[in-house]
Design a protein around this ligand. Structure first.
Ligand code: GTP
Ligand code: MG
Length: 191
């Protein structure tokens, strides 16, 4: 797929504030700092379309990017950073409200850090995606940080811990590992 246009259209904090033209959506979720915004830039071959940061908690809204005038990529705020209880509750309502009320959301990519065993929050999030029978795929991100053997070992561990039947897609926005596979998934999801 050739990316002809990629523009930020809107950031919303409530799923029912969505008032954009109805088009297929693909959303990115995962722990804060796992590389969601970087992954979107990487897939689109845009360096700075989406703001990235070394400071967790950079993305705070549901940010919609319109691609080729035909689908949206949705950058979601990450979970797992230190925040007061009320903020976490607001996050949950915003994210789950969006996930379960978006009939055009055709694919959710849940990113986990390939270097670590999935966290309690990663596990809980995967479990809720399964419980809600939402279409999702696990991405084991930052694979450039590991060697080949470690990538295989950690991928198996992530698969097991998250109770998946398929291996996660090992990906890196630095080395481009896994990019082609993700683009294929994306293309299937937006028709
Ligand atoms: P929030 O918006 O806070 O939820 O974070 P995010 O998941 O959008 O992460 P972001 O894309 O802002 O990246 C966080 C940090 O990880 C930045 O310093 C990136 O440069 C770095 N990073 C992102 N992807 C990769 C990757 O594939 N490999 C490596 N080594 N670093 C990465
Ligand atoms: Mg972000």
């Amino acid at each position: 797929m050739k990316i002809n246009s990629a523009v930020f259209v809107k950031g919303i904090v409530r799923w029912d504030d969505f008032d954009l033209p109805v088009l297929p959506q693909v959303a990115f979720i995962g722990r804060s700092n796992v590389g969601k915004s970087s992954l979107i830039n990487h897939l689109l071959n845009r360096k700075k379309l989406v703001k990235t940061s070394g400071t967790p908690g950079k993305t705070q809204m549901l940010n919609f990017f319109l691609i080729n005038d035909s689908f949206y990529l949705v950058d979601l705020p990450g979970y797992g950073f230190a925040a007061p209880k009320g903020v976490r509750q607001a996050w949950r309502e915003m994210i789950y409200g969006y996930l379960v009320n978006s009939p055009d959301l055709n694919l959710i990519l849940q990113l986990v850090d390939i270097r670590h065993e999935p966290s309690k929050e990663d596990k809980a999030f995967t479990q809720s995606l399964m419980d809600a029978e939402l279409p999702f795929k696990i991405v084991a991100n930052k694979s450039d940080k590991l060697g080949k053997n470690q990538i295989a070992k950690q991928s198996s561990l992530i698969k097991k811990i998250l109770k998946q039947t398929e291996m996660p897609i090992a990906h890196s926005s630095m080395s481009s590992q896994g990019k082609a596979e993700l683009m294929t998934l994306l293309e299937k999801a937006i028709v």
